[in-house]
Design a protein around this ligand. Structure first.
Ligand SMILES: [Zn+2]
Length: 421
């Protein structure tokens, strides 16, 4: 059923000084139009209410409903706050009260377009900055605390489908809908990493985990490459929960029919164990980006450039033990810190020997894509200087950022609008 709301917007009158510029016109016009927009919103609500009030029969007893009084509800819409009159009805027979327009207005004070824009800003900026920018760019006033609550509440609606698909896959063996069919030539890549976030509750740090699945790389333009079929998951959850979701994403990407599955990790123990326990047929490789960073940490001085190249080239050639032999022949000098970095690098390469040996089995081991995902999803917003988070708040932002990373932001909000209808 559709309904036509007809609003007379009237004449907008602006008084400009003699020496007014186009810039003043632009600014003043926007202010006036926002006033008109708020009045139009209010008028539309009253027309909708008039339609709803045509039916005056009490739904419980069939008695006659009469208007008893008028309440005012404050609604924050894109052009600012509007006080909307809401007529309250009372049944003459059973005395039941109702307010038909109340069901049309948002449950909380804010409309969804306001919520969506506030959260969009919050994926990039702190809550206080988001609140300030939202008011400047739209006219809607939402406190930083309110935006934080928006994020907590929105997070409960994100990732629900992956959870359901994961449950079905692991409890009933049902493949998620839309699984890609692949052939023996194809490769599915599963990359996992974690970023540590300062925990406000304990003063310690907790890990936000990020995983990306893709199925190949394509050149889009000179020097620019894109991952095909890229999908990410991110969460603050234990290894098994995270691993189950990652394998669901891999199954959806065609892991069961592809010739090769590659698991890429930064060398963390939980990722090696996930590769072993949840992706037993996959080739595990150490993320080259992390390895390079570790090697460069030891050989950061210019005079060590040749050592750096020797160790790196043995690794890239899939010879971890040769790399370790070279490292053992290197004298780190008397500095305790350098000696420790030296010891740790030998240990890192030894522990990750298999992930380095497997460089010979694939060329998909160091695109930097995983690093970029962690940076975008975790570091930029959750690891700013002096910043600490409670887990639910961090998870809220992580899930909202994930929507954007997966290009699902618009679809998510479309379904929110549909649900709210
Ligand atoms: Zn009644």
């Amino acid at each position: 059923m559709s309904m036509i709301v007809r609003i007379e917007l009237g004449v907008v009158e602006i008084e400009l000084p003699d020496d007014a510029s186009v810039h003043v016109l632009d600014r003043d016009l926007e202010e006036r139009i926002k006033e008109v927009q708020r009045a139009a919103f209010s008028e539309a609500c009253s027309q909708i209410e008039a339609g709803l009030l045509k039916e005056r029969t009490c739904p419980s007893c069939g008695g006659v409903l009469t208007v008893s009084d008028v309440d005012h509800r404050s609604v924050v819409m894109l052009a600012g706050a509007v006080s909307v009159p809401v007529r309250r009805l009372r049944c003459k027979e059973c005395k039941a009260r109702s307010a038909p327009l109340a069901a049309f207005l948002p449950e909380a004070r804010h409309t969804l377009p306001v919520t969506e824009r506030a959260l969009r800003l919050a994926t990039e900026l702190g809550y206080a900055k988001s609140s300030d920018l939202l008011a400047r760019l739209t006219g809607a006033t939402v406190s930083h605390e309110q935006i934080r609550r928006f994020a907590l509440s929105e997070a409960t609606r994100i990732g629900v489908e992956l959870e359901r698909e994961t449950d079905e896959l692991f409890s009933c063996g049902v493949c998620p809908p839309g699984c890609v069919e692949r052939d023996g030539q194809d490769t599915v890549v599963v990359a996992m990493d974690g970023g540590l976030v300062a925990d406000r509750a304990t003063g310690e740090r907790f890990e936000a985990r990020v995983g990306v699945v893709w199925s190949g790389v394509a050149d889009v333009s000179e020097g620019r490459r894109t991952l095909l079929g890229r999908t990410a998951h991110a969460g603050i959850e234990d290894t098994a929960t995270f691993a189950r979701k990652m394998s669901t994403l891999a199954v959806k990407a065609g892991m069961t029919t592809a010739g090769t599955t590659i698991v890429i990790g930064d060398g963390a123990g939980w990722i090696r164990r996930t590769a072993r326990d949840w992706f037993p047929d996959a080739v595990y490789v150490l993320d080259l980006y992390h390895l390079k960073r570790r090697i460069s940490e030891l050989f950061s001085r210019e005079k060590d450039a040749a050592w750096r190249e020797r160790v790196l080239s043995e690794c890239v050639a899939g010879r971890p033990h040769a790399a370790v032999r070279i490292l053992r022949s290197y004298d780190p000098g008397p500095d305790d810190r350098v000696r420790q970095v030296h010891r740790r690098l030998i240990n890192y390469i030894t522990v990750n020997a298999e992930g380095i040996r497997n460089y010979t089995r694939t060329d998909l081991f160091g695109s930097g894509s995983l690093e970029k995902a962690v940076d975008v999803l975790v570091s930029r917003r959750l690891k700013c200087r002096g910043m600490s988070w409670l887990k639910p708040g961090a998870l809220g932002i992580l899930k909202l950022k994930l929507l954007r990373f997966n290009n699902e932001w618009d679809a998510h909000w479309e379904s929110r609008f549909a649900d709210a209808a």
